[in-house]
Design a protein around this ligand. Structure first.
Ligand SMILES: NC(=O)c1ccc[n+]([C@@H]2O[C@H](COP(=O)([O-])OP(=O)(O)OC[C@H]3O[C@@H](n4cnc5c(N)ncnc54)[C@H](OP(=O)(O)O)[C@@H]3O)[C@@H](O)[C@H]2O)c1
Length: 390
């Protein structure tokens, strides 16, 4: 939606006026980057959260945010909106230096090229790209092409937008999102193992959209055994992610839906030395990957190594869908980056009914893991709550 930016007087602005004018616009672009209900914050990692405004003179003619991993960048979206409104935008305000690289893992064209192909003459930038491989290169490319580049104008709120991205830059494994559905009293199933369905329709749709935004999905052994999930995207349009199952001793029966739907790639991760049944799985079109134990001859699988293998196969955004014992292992091994709980207004009860996070747990409340950058919103009767482990 087009609209007026902060009003200012006629004539050219002085330096201080310009900084505060663009500072306010960068704050607005930063708020945009956080995203609307379903997008932005929870959907882009390991990419950065970015917001952009396209201006014609003083008027904002296009607003954009990077909504989801693999989808349009904020600059593209803001420019498209402005051009579709019939404007000829001359200034682009963007929270992060536009990307300039192409090829490799990039899913979108370089934003510098998109900007240079548009009527934009001036780019106002909040932050330099913290990725040492690209830092400053986007700004240099724009300057070389004759555009005026103002900034960077860093601020704490813009820096905070990049916290998850900074963590993702240091990872040699996919970004891991742990998601679960639970009752108001914190149960993920009944004491007999019944878990379909805790959530309402809107949450179920949301869960499938989340799956479609990831290139990989993972469950633990008991979840695969008891819940018999398919882990495909069915309720919304979109691709199904590559399925990974933790089955340390290759014990799962072959008749489970995960192994009977060969159209979606499936890989079972097992402990080195426990691969007697691997041929049986492979005959069914299911790949088996051996993972070393965390400690020599131990029975706990090393998740850093397992996820490193996934990373080397191009997996960048993994959705973990339970259960609690496996999540405890992932957390203990510092392999979780984002948590999302769908909380349904139901009471299940039962001291033996499972909860989202198993394991031993912390001893004292001040040892509890604190999430940052938290978000929450309603999904019908359910509440979605989440945050980052940075
Ligand atoms: N509501 C929801 O969102 C949701 C989602 C998923 C599951 N659930 C519920 O949660 C329950 C299952 O959860 P769960 O915690 O019992 O099971 P789980 O986490 O799915 O699987 C646990 C088992 O996986 C193996 N395992 C996990 N990490 C390992 C590692 N690093 N090394 C070696 N083995 C590892 C262990 O098998 P061994 O013990 O054989 O070594 C462990 O007992 C079910 O009732 C299901 O309905 C609910």
């Amino acid at each position: 939606m087009a609209g007026d930016a902060e009003p200012r007087g006629n004539g050219p602005m002085k330096e201080g006026e310009e900084a505060s004018f663009f500072g306010a616009l960068l704050d607005e672009a930063g708020d945009l980057a956080l995203g609307s209900l379903f997008e932005g914050k929870a959907w882009v990692a390991p990419n950065p959260m970015v917001g952009a405004l396209a201006l014609e003179g003083d008027r904002i003619m296009g607003r954009g945010l990077h909504r989801a991993f693999g989808q349009a960048h904020a600059e593209e979206e803001a420019l498209r909106e402005a051009l579709e409104a019939g404007a000829s935008p001359d200034t682009l305000v963007v929270t992060l230096e536009p990307c300039s690289s192409k090829g490799g893992e990039k899913k979108r064209p370089p934003c510098t090229e998109t900007i240079l192909a548009s009527p934009i003459k001036r780019v106002v930038v909040g932050l330099e790209d913290p990725d040492p491989r690209h830092q400053g290169e986007g700004l240099a490319a724009l300057r070389r092409a004759g555009l005026k580049v103002l900034g960077p104008f860093p601020s704490p709120s813009l820096q905070a937008l990049l916290d998850p991205f900074r963590k993702a830059l240091s990872l040699q494994r996919p970004w891991v999102i742990a998601k679960w559905a639970m009752s108001l009293d914190g149960k993920t199933a009944t004491h007999s193992g019944s878990s379909s369905w805790i959530s309402g329709e809107q949450s179920l749709d949301y869960g499938h959209r989340l799956r479609a935004s990831c290139d990989s999905i993972m469950v633990g052994y008991r979840t695969a055994l008891l819940d018999r999930p398919v882990l495909s995207v069915r309720r919304v349009p979109g691709p199904s992610p590559h399925r990974f199952v933790i089955d340390p001793k290759l014990q799962l029966p072959m008749d489970g839906p995960l192994f009977q739907t060969s159209s979606i790639p499936t890989t079972v991760l097992f402990l080195e030395g426990q691969g007697e049944r691997a041929k049986e799985f492979e005959n069914q079109g299911v790949e088996c990957l051996a993972v070393p134990p965390l400690e020599p001859s131990g029975s706990v699988l090393d998740f850093s190594k397992a996820l490193g293998l996934l990373h080397s196969r191009g997996m960048r955004r993994l959705l973990f869908e339970g259960g609690g014992q496996t999540l405890a292992q992932l957390l203990d091994q510092n392999c979780v980056d984002q948590c999302m709980a769908l909380i349904a207004p139901k009471l299940v009860g039962g001291k033996d009914a499972p909860s989202p996070l198993g394991g031993k747990g912390v001893q004292e409340m001040d040892q509890a893991r604190q999430l940052s950058g938290t978000f929450r919103f309603d999904l019908g009767m359910d509440l979605l709550m989440g945050g980052f482990l940075l």
